[in-house]
Design a protein around this ligand. Structure first.
Ligand SMILES: Cc1cc2nc3c(=O)[nH]c(=O)nc-3n(C[C@H](O)[C@H](O)[C@H](O)COP(=O)(O)OP(=O)(O)OC[C@H]3O[C@@H](n4cnc5c(N)ncnc54)[C@H](O)[C@@H]3O)c2cc1C
Length: 390
């Protein structure tokens, strides 16, 4: 068994690390200042500038096929890069990306939606969640009724990331209530903001809150159906599937950086005449964190490897998302504990991570939904005990 990265994986990972260290990390002090001034994050123009710099470095469209100018990287390499991104608390991501399901656009839609999104000229958001349907996404109610050559959308979506800034939304709507969403009764629509949906920002404990979207007799032409009519729920699940290994990959980067800070602090902060790292209570927090980090790293890389092998990644990805999200919450909590009062201040990024990573256990499938998938696979015999090695 070989746990080593290939030369190519290592080279790409190291170049990404280099870029983050040289271009992103130097912005951290300014980001902390902004956090203290209650205007957190990067502005759109600042993010774009960084992304264009990264493009010159060769980083553009990690998951985007080469025919659209992207890198089309294997999932394992993407996972390694998301971990590098996670090492800095500056909310950076590489450019040249589009929602995975936008690649189902037809030729006309590609020109209007996909290509400008990849170029960063247009901004999308993805909307399936509703006030009455989150985990139970098949229970969505936002309706699309046919009217001549158009569809008329009515209903509400909620918690939509980027929903207040997006130029267009990918909306999963019910087109055949008799069949229900899961059995072909839902369709995905590309809905421009000019078609007159409204959005309202939702305050959260994290940065860059999501929005609720209101559709009040919004007319959408038939040509704006994404994929096939009736394919909406399947596309929705495909969109969510992508985050199941990228989110925990990002979490590994955060946990590594945070644990590094805790180790440095434990070696230098003195109480009772000696470094706090000489106390077993602190040592055990460090040991548990490192062990959990390594376990998460391997689960995530296996999930990504499963994607690259063309195998069904759902079981492995659910375990990676469940464990990775829990791991980063436990590690950041311990890192805050090791830093004492300083960990709770906005002089350091720890309190920010603490708020940020809580979301990882909720969005794109809660902990409970991951457990549901994992146990259902075993109880119904879809997956054998023992994973790939069985
Ligand atoms: C910041 C943020 C960004 C988001 N971005 C997007 C986005 O871009 N697009 C989008 O469509 N959605 C988005 N979401 C929505 C997110 O995916 C949902 O919040 C999530 O799926 C949970 O749904 P819910 O909030 O309705 O909780 P519910 O489904 O109501 O669940 C409430 C609680 O009950 C538990 N539960 C539910 N059913 C069961 C069960 N059968 N067994 C055991 N426990 C159960 C859940 O795990 C949870 O703990 C975002 C959410 C947040 C907070």
């Amino acid at each position: 068994m070989d746990f080593a990265l290939s030369d190519e994986q290592r080279a790409i990972r190291d170049t990404a690390r280099d870029f983050i260290t040289r271009e992103v990390v130097p912005l951290e002090q300014e980001l902390l200042r902004r956090e203290r001034a209650h205007r957190p994050g990067l502005e759109r123009g600042e993010l774009r500038e960084l992304q264009l710099k990264a493009r010159k470095f060769g980083f553009w469209g990690l998951a985007t096929p080469e025919e659209y100018g992207g890198m089309d990287l294997p999932a394992v390499t993407q996972s390694l890069i998301w971990t590098e991104i996670g090492r800095s608390f500056v909310p950076f991501r590489f450019g040249g990306e589009a929602d995975n399901i936008l690649f189902y656009c037809n030729e006309e839609q590609k020109r209007e939606y996909l290509l400008p999104t990849i170029e960063g000229e247009r901004f999308s958001c993805f909307a399936i969640t509703e006030p009455g349907a989150g985990s139970d996404a098949a229970n969505i109610k936002l309706s699309a009724r046919r009217d001549g050559g158009d569809w008329v959308l009515n209903g509400e979506k909620t918690f939509i990331t980027g929903g207040n800034e997006a130029d267009f939304a990918i909306v999963i709507a019910v087109t055949d209530p008799e069949r229900g969403a899961r059995r072909g009764g839902a369709t995905a629509f590309l809905v421009d903001r000019e078609m007159s949906w409204r959005s309202e920002f939702i305050q959260t404990m994290g940065e860059g809150g999501p929005a609720s979207l209101v559709f009040d007799d919004v007319r959408v032409p038939d040509r704006n159906i994404l994929g096939e009519p009736g394919q909406g729920f399947t596309l929705g699940m495909e969109w969510i599937g992508k985050g199941r290994y990228t989110i925990p990959s990002h979490a590994v980067g955060i946990a590594e950086r945070a644990l590094g800070m805790a180790i440095a602090y434990a070696n230098t902060r003195e109480t009772f005449g000696r470094p706090i790292g000489e106390n077993q209570a602190i040592q055990w927090m460090i040991a548990d964190s490192e062990t959990e980090l390594e376990a998460a790293r391997l689960l995530i890389l296996r999930a990504a490897w499963t994607v690259d092998q063309g195998l069904d990644p759902r079981h492995a990805s659910s375990m990676a998302k469940l464990y990775g999200a829990g791991m980063v919450n436990r590690v950041v909590d311990r890192v805050m504990q090791i830093h004492g009062g300083m960990g709770y201040t906005r002089e350091l990024p720890i309190e920010r991570w603490y708020r940020q990573v809580r979301l990882y256990r909720i969005f794109e499938g809660t902990d409970e939904m991951q457990r549901l998938i994992i146990s259902r696979d075993l109880l119904r015999g879809y997956t054998k005990l023992g994973g790939q090695l069985a």
